[in-house]
Design a protein around this ligand. Sequence first.
Ligand code: SF4
Length: 496
Amino acid sequence: MNENEEKIIRTSGSHNCGGRCVIKAHVKNERVLRISTENDIPDTKENPQLRGCLRCRSYRNRMYNHDRLKYPMKRIGKRGEGKFKRISWEEAIDTIAENTKSVMEKYGPDSIYVQYATGNAGRVAERTWMKRLLGMYGGYLDYYGSYSTACTQIATPYTFGTIYTGSSRDTWQNSKLIILLGFNPAETIHGTNTAYYLKMAKEAGAKIISIDPIYSNTAIGLADKWIPIRPTTDSALLDAMAYVIITENLQDQDFLDKYCLGFDEEHMPSGIPEGNSYKEYILGKSKDKIPKTPVWAEAITGIPKETIAELAREYATNKPAALIEGFGPQRHAYGEQYTRSGTVLAAITGNMGINGGWASGTGYPVRQEFVASIPISNPNKSQISVYSWPDAIIRGKGMGSDLSVKGVEKLFSNIKLMFNLGGNTLVNQHSDSNGTAKILEDESLVEFITVSDHFLTPSAKFADILLPADNMMEREDIVTPWGIGDYVIYMNKAVD
Ligand code: SF4
């Protein structure tokens, strides 16, 4: 082929997005001229095309942006000020290597932390290579959990023993009612064709209700009804729905008697004192003595009591019904309770284990990870919760299981060196951004920070060495969608 001719290179998005679409880069003379998407296979209900949204299709704006980082830099101002000077790759690599060596020798592997990052979610993302390298060099302090789904991943197994509580999304076509609770797949895509499957469900006759503080694109485009709710009050809504269902005897008692423990006093695990069943809690007969009535919930959620009661009746009497819990409402303190309220509601109405129902909670379907990441072997077994790294900076040495440490009894060191590769989590995801920034500014705490990114983000400003990262058009990689969709896309490199 003449090199001046336009080539079409197939790739995919690999950034922080729960979808994975087929993206086609139209390349000429080593430049991406335009971006299109899958349109060359039949688009069928059974096998819909994996069409990209505007985010990837407008990627040229990001890729060729004037502000993109283009070369390595070192900090010349105070840490966090965002003042840098261009240096060579050799100097950048030598500086990172020297600091890593010196911190490892002085403090040991508990002092080296590779920060949670999802800016590049490919199988060979830069943080994965760094973990592999550090694993071969004595190890590093690892984390467990996720900023996105920590509460639901902990809480859902309390009800079901697993986070794999969903089905494939084409089953929504069999639902009579779909309740989207803090779930906005038209914008926050989780599974490329999720909104498409909701549309198919609607065409098949399902009623869709969106409960969301925001009149979202999903509420506008897909829902028959939008119920606004005060943020972080979802659990009160769900408990009040349970109150209506129980007091009007709409629960699926056969299902409860056969499959569930803990609903009423007659079905409790042995050894549990009286008054601790779910029913007693909802009716206000347990310790807190608060009946979880619609009137009680109206004051908390801002949703009229009549609307709550009607929603409860609709959910209990329109089987199969899918109560789909989004991840947004669990991303706050006590977010586990929202997850648990939803899972119990699905159980007491028997809306699980049936085609068109949905067990709530995390909602991942059982699937296979077809392609693993590159192998990493970390000889250091210390782990902290993904939220705990500021604690581990200030008082890591001696931190134990009471402060989230797993794998060892206590940490041997505070965090002294950080890699933040392909993510803006240092200050934009963590709670108390200002407090976190203060910790990072203090060079007596973390002695060295390496960041790689496309732009000078708020997190990148805290770098001692700042590296320019490549993007989805500039590397080979392999991606799969998050949580949903059994396919793999190979990302071909489009340009250097
Ligand atoms: S859904 Fe995600 S992977 Fe697909 S085009 Fe949009 S941003 Fe890219």
